[in-house]
Design a protein around this ligand. Structure first.
Ligand code: KG4
Ligand code: ZN
Length: 337
């Protein structure tokens, strides 16, 4: 069975083809991705209307690329998956509209996928996939959650952020430092030259005793430091503040992940979502987990941020378990929230 998947929830248009064998793990056959980051950079953030228009421009050429890479015809596709939400409504409608239109033309069913389930299951696309059960740390631009995962669809929330997401904390702090959008990778890069102990930044809720998060106070503290540095901070001061900010975010993610692992008694951690690409986070998690005989799994670096492969994969894993609600190729809804 061949599953074609579309991702268009925010600023990446992703298309991918996953093959579901009669037995064994689904395999990625081909994928193509277009990032709109450069287009939105001039505005300092994603402009929803521009995002939707660009998804429309990109989605069919990317689909052709995927089919040609995999050397299959559109008529060979059995199921069409798309991100149903959460995300920008107009952007979601592009992927959903194309998926449903194609499915109607081919007389094939569609599967709507939850974007976060896509991230969560993305490590199953790696060469070293995890086994169930595990604790998942989901860290994206919009979400920060710790979950107990017993199987596909068996998710128990252990804790989440009460305000900003980890990616937002990176992005907002980066903006305060005058870095381009999306700030996370830029801040991480600047932090390489900085001293993480130079600024004493707060770790909100570190000692709450629960695996939940808060990042809003950290952002306010960064703002205070930026003001204190004045109009023209030196490059070293900026690097030091970037490194101190990253250290605070990473320490929160690390401590709360360890708490969730301790609470559940599980010995496997899966890290997914854009912030999972952060090198410092990976180093800290790897070191702390190695000490405790805990295995950590990540998606491939290129699959940490949004992509079509994770959507096709999530649909494939649901289909294998008879859990996908297949819809006839007509009618659809998106769920921005
Ligand atoms: O999962 P994702 O691509 O999109 C959402 O579903 O939100 O995550 C995007 C987030 C952004 O906040 C971005 O700044 C952050 O992931 N990010 C990083 C890094 N790469 C991406 N944050 C810190 N370090 C990175 N290397
Ligand atoms: Zn995402």
């Amino acid at each position: 069975m061949l599953v074609l998947g579309f991702e268009s929830s925010c600023d990446e248009t992703g298309v991918a083809l996953v093959e579901v064998p009669a037995a064994g793990a689904p395999q990625l056959r081909a994928q193509a991705l277009h990032s709109q980051i450069r287009m939105h950079q001039a505005y300092g953030g994603v402009v929803p209307e521009l995002a939707s228009r660009d998804h429309i421009r990109r989605v069919l050429p990317l689909t052709r690329e995927v089919l040609s890479q995999a050397q299959v015809a559109l008529s060979d596709i059995d199921v069409i998956a798309y991100t149903q939400g959460p995300g920008l409504a107009g952007a979601l409608l592009v992927g959903a509209g194309v998926a449903v239109a194609m499915a109607a033309a081919l007389d094939k069913p569609t599967v709507g996928v939850h974007h976060l389930e896509g991230h969560l299951l993305s490590p199953f696309l790696s060469v070293d996939p995890p086994e169930f059960p595990f604790v998942a740390l989901l860290v994206s631009g919009g979400h920060t959650q710790l979950m107990r995962v017993d199987d596909v669809g068996q998710y128990q929330m252990l804790g989440e952020t009460i305000d900003d997401a980890a990616g937002e904390a990176f992005d907002k702090s980066a903006k305060l430092l005058g870095l381009p959008y999306p700030g996370g990778p830029h801040l991480a890069q600047l932090a390489e030259q900085g001293d993480p102990t130079a600024f004493d930044l707060p770790r909100p809720m570190l000692k709450s005793g629960k695996p939940d998060f808060s990042f809003a106070g950290l952002k306010t503290a960064v703002l205070t430091q930026v003001k204190r540095l004045g109009e023209v901070p030196t490059e070293q001061q900026k690097a030091d503040l970037a490194a101190s900010t990253q250290a605070a975010i990473v320490e929160l993610l690390l401590r709360k992940s360890l708490l969730a692992l301790k609470e559940t008694g599980l010995k496997r951690l899966v890290v997914a979502g854009g912030v999972g690409a952060n090198r410092h986070l990976r180093e800290q998690l790897n070191a702390a987990c190695a000490k405790r005989q805990i295995r950590v799994h990540y998606p491939e670096l290129s699959l940490c941020t949004d992509n079509g492969a994770m959507i096709a994969m999530a649909a494939a894993m649901r289909l294998q378990r008879g859990m996908a609600s297949l819809r006839p190729g007509a009618g659809f809804e998106v769920r921005p929230r």
